[in-house]
Ligand binder design. Structure first.
Ligand SMILES: *[C@@H]1O[C@H](CO)[C@@H](O)[C@H](O)[C@H]1NC(C)=O
Length: 495
């Protein structure tokens, strides 16, 4: 297999995990959940029901799991298997470690996605017959029967392969940009204005196309930060104006196929959600894809920039290890976990080798990864049973929270905390190719004192101020006590 088979280890992170307490417990642990998921998890998204949609491409031959009820997929355009009775997507339920095959018709290879405010996953593009496709997955509980629906009346205006989606503030539309040799942006649903040229995407193209899957982050001022290769801009999508060009990040190219990763660091109530910092880590040696069998050492650097500053510069730091094809994940505490990837080479086609080791992870060193069909969970140190006394349990919360409006979350905590409690919202991103599209975390303001009633603590938090800070959508809400998070509950953030 091509892409997943390119020796990337795919570890599926579940939502109830977290950070590193920088002490004796600073290891975390891995747990095997499913020995053979049947499909390779090229793409992954956690739904508002807490289950996980996983999928691969459709055009690489049979998977290792059959479609149910004798269903088959007939696709005259499929290059390898025109009559295919296997599934290329599954729903994984962490509560029971079970999987259910889902039906994907067209090719999702290197496609993109994002959730709408109503919790429906929108999934766009791919290769071959999937190039202009728009697919929907309206999620359901573990015992439901929901499945992929391919739109018959909407399609992308430009075919997009390796594009990036970002949910827009109203939660009902997404901006899509880039893709292989596509230097435009467009909207889903279409806004009636066709596609818009984005010359930045052409300017960042190079001999090995280091501008696929651009890193896009919606900033609290309503503009977009867009990063490709080593360059970045501040972009007002409402009038298509580039407001600022940022300095180039030192070091190596960072996007596919060099495959660094990027996150918008947590937005915090303590500064009125004004400051936005972007962190980009890893990547490949320049030209690594064109000279793939040299397996050059990957990038060891991270760059952090306050992108809302008037005179921003990259602050560089070294990671303990080199890494290409890492995944950066905002843990509920606001810490960033970097996992996956390799020490040498770059992304795609078996071009990487030497698993990236990280002291926070318990892994074995292996030289080449086969296509990985196992599903594992990484438990950060805060899940250590020794910390159970600190773990909050959410017993009451509102299903809907309103911008700028206080709301009460009721928790029990075995050891009553004198302080150190935080309430954070975490979006559900669409993860593929070392980058979680639409990932963001909000550290909320807490109001007044904790009210104790019996063994229950009532915390009052204030929802984010507006939809640029946090687009209308479902979020995971965590209560964190001295670095130890509760399980998440899903809340809808609404106007
Ligand atoms: C979810 O919202 C999108 C965008 O507004 C809409 O196209 C879609 O029909 C909605 N789906 C459901 C199941 O309500």
């Amino acid at each position: 297999m091509a892409f997943c088979g390119m020796r990337r280890s795919v570890w599926i992170l579940l939502v109830f995990f977290c950070c590193c307490l920088d002490n004796v417990h600073a290891q975390g642990s891995w747990q095997l959940l499913v020995k053979n998921a049947g499909v390779c998890s090229m793409h992954a998204a956690v739904t508002r029901f807490g289950n996980v949609v996983l999928f691969d491409r459709t055009d690489a031959g049979a998977s290792q799991i059959n479609l149910p009820n004798g269903r088959c997929r007939d696709d005259p355009q499929d290059l390898i298997l025109k009559h295919d009775c296997t599934a290329h997507s599954i729903l994984f339920s962490p509560a029971t470690n079970s999987i259910r095959p889902l039906f994907l018709q067209t090719d999702t290879w290197c496609s993109s996605g994002q959730f709408f405010a109503n919790g429906t996953l929108v999934q766009t593009g791919g290769d071959f017959d999937g190039n202009t496709k728009i697919r929907f997955y309206a999620p359901c509980p573990d015992n439901g029967i929901c499945d992929w629906v391919e739109s018959s009346d909407q399609k992308l205006q430009n075919g997009r392969w390796y594009a990036t989606n970002q949910l827009l503030p109203d939660g009902n539309s997404q901006i899509l940009m880039g893709g292989r040799q596509v230097f435009t942006l467009e909207y889903v649903p279409a806004n009636g204005q066709g596609t818009t040229a984005l010359p930045f995407l052409q300017q960042t193209d190079d001999a090995q196309n280091d501008n696929y899957y651009p890193f896009v982050h919606l900033l609290p001022d309503g503009n977009l930060f867009i990063f490709a290769n080593q360059d970045s801009i501040l972009y007002n999508y409402r009038n298509n104006k580039v407001l600022m060009k940022y300095p180039a990040i030192p070091g190596e190219p960072r996007n596919y196929p060099s495959a660094g990763s990027s996150v918008l660091l947590p937005l915090v109530a303590t500064d009125g959600y004004k400051q936005a910092d972007v962190l980009i880590c890893g990547g490949a040696h320049p030209g690594a894809f064109r000279n793939a069998k040299a397996f050059f050492p990957a990038s060891q650097t991270c760059g952090r920039m306050t992108v809302t500053a008037s005179n921003p510069t990259w602050l560089m730091e070294n990671m303990p290890f080199r890494r290409t094809m890492g995944d950066m994940i905002l843990l509920p505490t606001g810490d960033v976990l970097i996992i996956n990837g390799a020490l040498n080479g770059c992304q795609g086609w078996g071009n990487a080798k030497n698993a990236a080791l990280n002291p926070v992870l318990r892994t074995q060193q292996r030289c080449q990864f086969p296509t990985e069909l196992r599903v594992e969970a990484f438990s950060p140190t805060y899940l250590n049973p020794a910390l159970a006394q600190l773990r909050p349990t959410i017993v009451k919360f509102p299903a809907v929270i309103i911008y700028s409006t206080p709301f009460v979350v009721t928790v029990t905590i075995p050891a009553q905390p004198p302080g150190g409690v935080a309430i954070n919202l975490v979006s559900a991103p669409f993860t593929t190719h070392s980058y979680a599209q639409g990932q963001r975390l909000l550290k909320l303001a807490l109001l007044g004192d904790v009210v104790m009633v019996g063994k229950r603590n009532h915390f009052t938090a204030i929802a984010p101020p507006n939809n640029n800070v946090a687009p209308t959508s479902y979020y995971m809400l965590f209560v964190i006590n001295n670095g130890v998070p509760s399980n998440a509950v899903w809340v809808k953030l609404s106007p």
